[in-house]
Structure formats: structure tokens, C-alpha cells
Design a protein around this ligand. Structure first.
Ligand SMILES: Cc1cc2nc3c(=O)[nH]c(=O)nc-3n(C[C@H](O)[C@H](O)[C@H](O)COP(=O)(O)OP(=O)(O)OC[C@H]3O[C@@H](n4cnc5c(N)ncnc54)[C@H](O)[C@@H]3O)c2cc1C
Length: 446
């Protein structure tokens, strides 16, 4: 995972909130910019931390679209503020939903209006310039974080370590290297899990953080795929995986004032979503030099790549291919941003889609779900409940999708729904049945 992970302000600062809940707080460094885009036609756009500076910069590049830019980003701002003002809990829990509606009706109606819509369609209502629309599409790819990024001192790995530490401190037990091979069903209800070493664990509920493809395709492989999952697989495909390069380089290769996060697409907008087309780059040592030995920087570079490109190779061919593909990406960065990059490398490690599949246990190493056709808005995604009693799913193949803040939201939603189902939170069975039925029906329309 790269370093573009933030601690933001308001109710959406979910990482801070999760850490607070287990008694932890991390020291952070504010990043003065979010992403520096290097785009076709030598278009360079820096997404400043301050919203007004970013809007001013974008208008200076596209003065003929000033009105459209103000309207589109004004709408994004409205949606974000509505979301940020609500207490975020399960959207599958009607008592909470009604409570929020009575407290903040305007914000709820704003969200109800915009959530089923697609960001690209909203942009196209206000903006006509094709280049600017492509920039907005590239921004979506980049996990653009509203309100700026605050980088955790010591690296993003510290977030997981602090969270795990806090959970254990609160009395939880975490089993590492515990590979779940089956969800155990009894009379159609999920009652536990079986590990690859044969051990079994039983519980009132089972929550799967594996993707929905893995949960239903691997952990429940003996059961026929439920209708709702068929629908999900009909509407969403697995986004491709990634090729990652982690490098240590001599500090002298980076010009003074280099930003932390970059997005590079050199000559052709058509390559935006093609394998190896766009390059994402993060240099965390720009913000936190303590991460590398003095006089050095860390570069994390990644680009999309499909697993099919890496199958059927011998060990030697596989190693050679990693070298060839990585060298080409490094050559492109050398041409575009950092002359002399190749000669400055002191350490290099390359991970392929197979690495992602193996170490993250993700079907085909996928980045997550991607709408099969034209995106129908976020409400088309499944939430946390599943058609199997006692089984919940969480993570990036559930609403609201990919990204660390999004999956943290999914976790909070799931915890609330489970708490209601096991009687820790208030619930109404009649309202539950109505709302869950309505949501399922809405998804079938997607
Ligand atoms: C290269 C890269 C860069 C990214 N950069 C950013 C970024 O800058 N900002 C951002 O917000 N997001 C970023 N993301 C996306 C973000 O990392 C993901 O959306 C998020 O981590 C998904 O979380 P998850 O919990 O759904 O899945 P995962 O993070 O994949 O977690 C699932 C967990 O379940 C475990 N698991 C799976 N199957 C089993 C099993 N059978 N038994 C036991 N355990 C199992 C896995 O080992 C894993 O620990 C990036 C992703 C990639 C690949």
C-alpha cells in the first residue's frame, strides 16, 4: 500500500476515530499537496492542500471552464459536507437512518439525491472540455482525499500496528497466519470458520474481510452462489491487479521541492486505464526523512497490471519479466521526472499481480470491484449483510468500495449492523425487513 492515506477533519476522519476507540493516537505530518499530476500535453496540475489554491490552479489551466469548475467542485463540496456532518453508522439499520433524517433532513436528502449518481456524469453536466473531464477521471483513480493528507510519522504500517495493539489491549485476540479455508454452515446459518490446519472456531456471527469473490467462491465453494452474489458479479468485474516497485535511491536524484505523491500519464489520454498506462508514485521520505538512511529516499511506484499477463511463466521467465517491466517504468519516470533515476538506485524490489494474489489472498490479486458497464452510483454495491444468515462481508467489495477510508466506513457500518443483530444496539425487526428488502430490490435495478 502506498502512502496516500489521510487523517482528515470531521466525521469522516475514520482512521483517527478507529484508533481513538482503542485508545491510540498517532503523530502526523501535514502534506502540503495531495497529488502532483503530470499529464499529456505537458499539463501539470498540483492538487494543493488548500481547496481554494487547487481551484485557482485548475481555473488558471482551464480559464474557459471557470464556471463549470466552480459548479462541479461546489457540488462535490456539498456532498462531502453532508456526509461529514452525519454520524456514520450502518445504512442497513433503519432506526439509525430515521434518527439521522430527523436531525439533518437537508443533508440526508442531498446524499439520497447524489449517491445513486456517478461522479463522471455530474462533471459532464457542468464541464465540456474533454481534457478537463479526463483530468477529473484521473483524479477519481487517485483516491483524491478531501481536506488534505496527514501522513503518520514512522510510515503507514504504524496504523495497522497501533490498531492491532489497541485491540489486544482491549481484550481481543488476533491470530496471525490463520488461513481460513471454509465458513462452517449449520442449517444454512454461518456458525464458524475452519482453518487450513483443520482447527475450527465457532461464533454468533462470521464477518469476512476476504473479497466477496473469495468469500463465496472459496470459503463457501460447496454452496450454490446466492442470487444476490450473482447480481453483484453481473454488475461488477474484478479491477486489474498491480505491479509495484519499492526502491531506495540516492537523495540527489530528486529536485529540491519534489512533492510526495505523483501521477504520471505521458502522451495519450487513451492509456489512462490501460495496463501499465498510468504510473502512481509516492515518496514518503519527502515528508518523513527518518524512514530511510541519511542521503536516501524511498520510492513506491505502482501501475495497473492484469494477472493473465503473468501466468504460465517459468521461475526464470517470471523473474526476467519483472526486471524488464520494472526497468521500463523506471525509464519512463526518468524521462518525465527524474533524470539519472536508474543510476541512483541502491535497492529495488518488484511485486507482480501474483505477489498481490499471494500475500493479500485476493482473487486474481484484484484491486477491488469495478462497474462492468457505466457506473450506476454507489448504492448499486452490496452492503454488509449477505443472503446467508449470520454471515457478513466487509471491505472493498462492499459499499462504498475501494480505499482505506472507504473500507474503514464499511467496517463501522458492519459493526453497527452486527451489534443491532446480536442485541447490543436497538433494532426493529419489521423496519429491518422493509429496509433490507428495499435495498436488495434497488440493487437489482442497477
Ligand atoms: C498498490 C496499492 C496502493 C494503494 N494506495 C491507496 C491509497 O493511497 N489510499 C487509499 O485509500 N487506498 C489505497 N489502496 C487501496 C486500499 O489499500 C484497499 O482498498 C484496502 O486496503 C482494501 O481493504 P480490505 O480490508 O477490503 O482488503 P485487504 O486490505 O486486502 O484486507 C483483507 C485481509 O483479509 C485477509 N484474508 C483474505 N482471505 C483470507 C483468508 N481466507 N483467511 C484469513 N485471512 C484472509 C488478507 O490477508 C488481508 O489481510 C491501494 C491499494 C494498492 C494495491
Amino acid at each position: 500500500m502506498n502512502t496516500l492515506i489521510n487523517f482528515i477533519q470531521g466525521n469522516l476522519n475514520l482512521i483517527t476515530k478507529a484508533l481513538e476507540a482503542v485508545g491510540h493516537k498517532m503523530e502526523v505530518i501535514p502534506d502540503p499537496s495531495t497529488v502532483h499530476f503530470h499529464l499529456p500535453g505537458d499539463l501539470s496540475v498540483l492538487v494543493h492542500r488548500e481547496y481554494d489554491d487547487f481551484i485557482r490552479e485548475l481555473i488558471s489551466k482551464f480559464p474557459h471552464e471557470e464556471e463549470g469548475i466552480l459548479k462541479f467542485y461546489g457540488t462535490c463540496w456539498k456532498i462531502f459536507n453532508s456526509l461529514n456532518s452525519l454520524e456514520l453508522k450502518s445504512l442497513e439499520e433503519p432506526l439509525y437512518l430515521f434518527g439521522q433524517f430527523f436531525q439533518k433532513p437537508l443533508e440526508c436528502l442531498t446524499l439520497a439525491y447524489y449517491l445513486p449518481q456517478n461522479a463522471g456524469d455530474i462533471a459532464r453536466k457542468f464541464i465540456k472540455d474533454q481534457k478537463l473531464l479526463s483530468f477529473i477521471d484521473a483524479e477519481v483513480l487517485c483516491d483524491r482525499h478531501f481536506g488534505g493528507i496527514n501522513y503518520p510519522v514512522g510510515g503507514v504500517g504504524g496504523i495497522a500496528t497501533s490498531l492491532a495493539d489497541g485491540l489486544v489491549h482491549k481484550g481481543s485476540e488476533i491470530r496471525y497466519k490463520a488461513n481460513v479455508t471454509n465458513v462452517i454452515l449449520k442449517n444454512g446459518k454461518a456458525v464458524g470458520v475452519r482453518l487450513s490446519n483443520g482447527k475450527e472456531f465457532f461464533a454468533k456471527t462470521v464477518i469476512s474481510n476476504a473479497t466477496r469473490w473469495d468469500t463465496f467462491g472459496k470459503l463457501l465453494k460447496d454452496k450454490e452462489l446466492p442470487e444476490e452474489e450473482k447480481n453483484f458479479q453481473k454488475n461488477y468485474v474484478k479491477a486489474p491487479s498491480f505491479l509495484s516497485i519499492h526502491m531506495g535511491v540516492k537523495a540527489s536524484v530528486l529536485p529540491a521541492g519534489t512533492d510526495c505523491h505523483h501521477f504520471v500519464l505521458e502522451d495519450d489520454w487513451n492509456n489512462l486505464e490501460k495496463p501499465y498506462g498510468s504510473i502512481f508514485l509516492s515518496i514518503p521520505t519527502v515528508l518523513d526523512p527518518s524512514l530511510a538512511p541519511e542521503g536516501h529516499h524511498i520510492l513506491h511506484i505502482f501501475t495497473t497490471a492484469g494477472i493473465e499477463d503473468w501466468e504460465g511463466l517459468s521461475r526464470k521467465e517470471y523473474e526476467q519479466k519483472k526486471e524488464v517491466v520494472a526497468n521500463e517504468i523506471i525509464r519512463r519516470l526518468e524521462n518525465k521526472l527524474f533524470p539519472g533515476l536508474k543510476d541512483s538506485i541502491v535497492l529495488k524490489e518488484v511485486g507482480s499481480p501474483k505477489t498481490h494474489r499471494r500475500f493479500l489472498a485476493r482473487n486474481d490479486g484484484t484491486y477491488g470491484p469495478m462497474p462492468r458497464g457505466k457506473p450506476k452510483g454507489l448504492l448499486a454495491m452490496p452492503f454488509n449483510t449477505t443472503s446467508i444468515d449470520g454471515l457478513y462481508c466487509v471491505g472493498d467489495s462492499c459499499f462504498p468500495g475501494q480505499g482505506v477510508i472507504a473500507v474503514a466506513f464499511s467496517g463501522i457500518m458492519c459493526a453497527h449492523r452486527v451489534a443491532a443483530d446480536i442485541g447490543i444496539e436497538q433494532r426493529s425487526s419489521a423496519l429491518d425487513a422493509g429496509l433490507l428488502g428495499l435495498l436488495r430490490w434497488l440493487r437489482t435495478l442497477a
